[in-house]
Design a protein around this ligand. Structure first.
Ligand code: NAP
Length: 246
């Protein structure tokens, strides 16, 4: 039986855990060959690759810090060497560091903007050298905070507002190449990252989100939709996946 993404090749940045890992597995389940990018968690990335290959999918783990231009170039070179082409780019790697206005430092600013915004731009730029003439798909992992603007994460919120704007702008710039650019904007999702910063704690329910915290797989479903021909007439859009009206 044919699958939605048979024959496609995808790169998912930050796919060793959390939302990125779920996205990598969901794309592979639909037939895509997947590059599972990670920065330092080789064990997590290898686990994602094993789950995919045990399920008869194709995947490879490639280490690269996607806030570093040289490492981004190597990521693309190694990806093309492995799978021969690129059809789907998921710019998912991102960090969130809480800080009230009075405590914001230049380092706090640059760590988040260098990865969430500059890294996304540089990976996209490098990927354009490899998308085929028939086009491709770019999906950015933004966040509900881009418009919800919760207090205490001002810099992170600003990075995601920037991601939404880049999504719309790049969609216009790349329309002529048949490259669609969209974002998923999750609400709070239970991941290793949100547990580590204390946004999600075991046993704590978030009533605004249908009485529960979201799961990475609920975001991955949206990414598969945006990667597939099901969304062929959709570009420059932000797909809010929040389990709540706001
Ligand atoms: P997570 O659990 O902290 O996982 C982050 C992933 O990004 C890991 O695979 C990590 O790899 C990778 N990563 C970090 N720095 C990197 C770098 N410099 N280069 C390459 N990879 C890097 O995060 P998450 O909660 O799944 O969030 C993923 C994305 O969703 C982020 O863009 C985040 O802003 C967005 N988001 C999350 C939520 C939420 O509630 N979880 C809500 C809205 C949006 P290593 O482990 O190897 O470092």
């Amino acid at each position: 039986m044919s699958k939605k993404l048979d024959g496609k090749v995808a790169i998912v940045t930050g796919a060793s855990k959390g939302i990125g890992a779920a996205i990598a597995k969901a794309l592979a389940t639909e037939g895509a060959s997947v590059v599972v990018n990670f920065a330092s968690s080789r064990e997590g990335a290898d686990r994602v690759v094993s789950e995919i290959t045990e399920n008869k999918g194709r995947a490879v783990a490639i280490q690269a810090d996607v806030s570093d231009q040289g490492q981004i170039q190597r990521l693309l070179t190694e990806s093309i060497a492995e799978f021969g082409k690129l059809d789907i780019l998921v710019n998912n790697a991102g960090i969130y560091l809480p800080s009230a206005l009075g405590d914001i430092t230049a380092d706090h600013f640059h760590r988040q903007f260098n990865l969430n915004v500059l890294g996304l731009i540089l990976v996209t730029q490098e990927s354009l050298k490899h998308f085929p003439s028939e086009g491709g798909v770019i999906i950015n992992t933004s966040s509900v905070v881009s418009t919800l603007s919760p207090p205490g994460t001002a810099v992170y919120n600003a990075t995601k507002s920037a991601v939404d704007n880049l999504t719309r702008t790049f969609a216009k710039e790349l329309a002529g190449r048949d490259i669609r650019v969209n974002s998923v904007n999750p609400g709070l999702i239970a991941t290793e990252g949100t547990h580590a910063v204390g946004f999600v704690q075991d046993g704590v329910e978030i009533p605004a989100h249908m009485g529960r915290v979201g799961q990475p797989e609920q975001i991955a479903t949206g990414v598969v939709f945006l990667a597939s021909p099901d969304s062929e007439w959709m570009t420059g859009q932000t797909l809010y996946l929040t389990g709540a009206a706001f």
